[in-house]
Ligand binder design. Structure first.
Ligand code: G3P
Ligand code: MG
Length: 253
């Protein structure tokens, strides 16, 4: 079966360049750009007052000096937190960015982006609606954006609101691989699957190769594994260490 043409770079800086700068921050976007990375992946969720921000976890504890649920804080409260110091002493006074600030930095650096819609539980619909409503007003270059999510509900909204944008369905591997992945991907009208490259088995990968979808693997920081996955049909890699993986894979097919 001929695969649809879906142009996505082989290297996508995961959460910016998460091994080198605090994840999901403006500094992370610039760090990736400075390394020569063309695309980054960033996680988006909503504050209590419905402002889209870059943030991965449901709770503040791991990546800020705050604690508790991010969904319980307004933007003003979120912006009071330090989002860099946990990563290293040199990252001081970093704030959790809004989606708008992230877009400004991406445009300034001429980068492509995979926005992963990462809703807090129960906010799957509104997170996708707010994010896509905002992006559809300001993001012109459809060749440089990919919308993804683990949430079926968020992807249903994306299929409705951003039907002509490339979209990817995030799934786990091993026991977490959905049995009906082909059916779900068709229903959600995605062009790609973002799969867990560390747990998806070779047998599972073989099955996924038959689908007319681009296969992207997260989160790959080992160049040997990247090469193996590339030989099994993976065309894009989410990586915390873009330099390591750039050196490890074949950049041209
Ligand atoms: O979108 C790929 C990857 O980022 C999914 O996992 O947990 O890092 O958001 P996670
Ligand atoms: Mg992500």
């Amino acid at each position: 079966m001929t695969k649809s043409i879906f142009k996505i770079p082989r290297i996508i800086g995961h959460r910016g360049a998460a091994a080198y700068a605090p994840e999901n921050t403006i500094v992370g976007i610039h760090t990736a750009a400075d390394m020569g990375v063309d695309w980054v992946e960033l996680d988006v969720k909503l504050t209590k007052d419905n402002i889209p921000i870059l943030f991965h976890d449901d709770t503040l504890d791991r990546t800020t000096n705050g604690s508790g649920n991010v969904a319980d804080l307004t933007l003003k409260e979120v912006r009071d937190l330090d989002a860099g110091h946990w990563f290293g002493d040199s990252f001081f006074d970093l704030r959790i960015p809004t989606l708008e600030q992230a877009v400004d930095a991406l445009i300034e650096r001429d980068m492509g982006v995979n926005f992963e819609i990462k809703p807090c539980a129960g906010r799957e619909k509104e997170t996708a609606e707010v994010v896509l409503d905002y992006l559809s007003q300001i993001w012109d270059d459809h060749s440089k954006i990919l919308i993804s999510s683990f949430s079926h509900v968020s992807l249903e909204i994306a299929a409705d609101m951003a039907n002509d944008w490339a979209r990817s369905f995030c799934i786990g591997g091993g026991d977490a691989l959905p049995e009906n992945v082909a059916e779900l991907a068709r229903y959600l009208e995605v062009k790609a699957l973002s799969i867990d490259g560390n747990t998806t088995t070779p047998e599972q990968l073989l099955g996924l190769q038959d689908l007319d979808l681009a296969l992207l693997a997260y989160t790959i920081n080992d160049p040997d594994l990247a090469r193996e996955l590339q030989a099994m049909g993976i065309t894009g890699f989410f990586t915390d260490e873009p330099d390591t993986i750039m050196d490890g894979i074949f950049m041209v097919h």
